[in-house]
Design a protein around this ligand. Structure first.
Ligand code: ZN
Length: 416
């Protein structure tokens, strides 16, 4: 099973926006951009929302049927490990092997020495086509990288073989993710991680490194955009080199996690991908949930009250809600509106504070991030929340499609 050149992850926490999401992909196709939709949902999201991985397959199949989509589409078991993968086996044909927790744990010394012996030939001044500067790599660098990542890649190998035994070879797409580590990986680290992936015979079609800068949930990139563009270009060059040197799948490409709303790096990503003739996968999830809340607010009446209640409850439980996302959110409490202020807002005011329009003076990224992690509150509302989604499906659906198409897919994938 081959993943196409351009693919887009469309996570949907409450599984009600599949059609609205796919509509954005259909409209992109009419504009000349072939993008493959991938519905992703992590074990963490399933636990919080109380859903089973089979529901993601059902949602994807139903959306594809409703819109008569003839192209490929996939269901991604996002961020799974050996302990969590089993319930995803049936529903998924895309597996994101998360081994970030193993990064930094050292392998047995003999394995490290063996790896260094195999790849010593790259401990030199490396001229990689597409990278202007020469990369200077010492044998000590190779040893350090092996110490840091070999065990993690071994674990990825174990998960891959577990899935392969259950589903059969070539019946699924494999991604290796290391984005949830504390430090970004350099292009040189990526090169040796790819060597280790090849050693483990993992037919990875996507790799998700941690990039430089902050990828906070639901808000724009925070960091040095020039440095990001340089590293992203170097990563693409390293991947092309690794495909040839190590015999990895020819369509291996980068995957950008927490990829929604990173508007300031979409231009650099689109430029780099075209320059190198490379593909790319961009994952989004929570951005769709935020459009649901904005839609409820705009619908007014009881739906607006529900949106206000979600904020109020999230505000009261900030610590608890932020904890699992501590590394990927940045909320300044002083910038958050009081819940009673929000109670007085009109639907338009609520949506203006929430929706990601940096030109709008009412936009509040602290408010947005808190609502982002507040999906647990909506999950606890249970059927009342789902009924509101059904009752206001039209207004919400329009926002979901517009957000994905105009703010994400067009700048990333549509040639201007
Ligand atoms: Zn991730």
């Amino acid at each position: 099973m081959m993943l196409s050149k351009y693919s887009f992850g469309i996570g949907d926490r409450f599984a009600h926006q599949g059609v609205a999401q796919l509509r954005a992909i259909v409209e992109a196709k009419a504009l000349g951009a072939d993008v493959v939709p991938v519905w992703n949902k992590s074990n963490r999201e399933h636990l919080i929302v109380h859903t089973h991985p089979d529901s993601v397959r059902a949602e994807a199949d139903a959306a594809v049927k409703a819109l008569g989509w003839k192209g490929p589409y996939h269901v991604d078991a996002d961020h799974i490990g050996l302990k969590t993968v089993d319930s995803f086996i049936n529903a998924s044909d895309f597996f994101t092997l998360d081994v970030a927790d193993f990064a930094g744990q050292a392998s047995p010394e003999a394995e490290i020495q063996d790896f260094v012996a195999r790849y010593r030939r790259y401990a030199t001044t490396l001229a990689i086509p597409g990278i202007e500067r020469a990369l200077t790599v010492s044998q000590q660098d190779v040893t350090d990288i092996a110490k840091k990542y070999l065990l993690a890649v071994r674990e990825a190998g174990a998960i891959y073989r577990h899935v392969e035994a259950a589903k059969g070879r070539d019946r699924f797409i494999t991604e290796v993710s290391m984005d949830e580590t504390d430090k970004p990986q350099t292009p040189v680290e990526l090169l040796f991680i790819l060597a280790a992936i090849a050693d483990q015979k993992i037919p990875a079609q996507t790799i998700a490194p941690k990039f430089t800068g902050r990828f906070n949930k639901g808000v724009d990139y925070v960091g040095d955009v020039v440095q990001f563009e340089k590293e992203f270009n170097e990563d693409l060059a390293v991947i092309a080199f690794a495909i040839r040197e190590f015999g990895l799948p020819a369509n291996l490409k980068l995957s950008v996690h927490s990829g929604s709303d990173k508007f300031s790096i979409y231009g650099p990503i689109a430029r780099a991908v075209r320059k190198h003739g490379a593909g790319v996968h961009v994952k989004t999830a929570g951005t769709t949930w935020l459009e649901e809340v904005a839609g409820l607010a705009l619908a007014g009446g009881d739906a607006l009250t529900m949106a206000q209640e979600i904020y109020e409850k999230a505000h009261g439980r900030m610590e608890d809600l932020c904890k699992p996302y501590a590394a990927v959110i940045d909320i300044d409490r002083a910038m958050l509106p009081e819940p009673k202020t929000v109670r007085g807002w009109s639907g338009t005011e609520y949506a203006a504070a929430l929706r990601h329009d940096q030109k709008c003076p009412a936009y509040n990224r602290h408010f947005r991030q808190l609502v982002h992690v507040g999906f647990k509150v909506a999950a606890e509302m249970g059927s009342a929340y789902y009924q509101a989604l059904d009752a206001h499906a039209d207004v919400i659906g329009r926002l979901v499609t517009e957000n994905l198409l105009e703010k994400h897919i067009k700048p990333l994938f549509v040639q201007r």
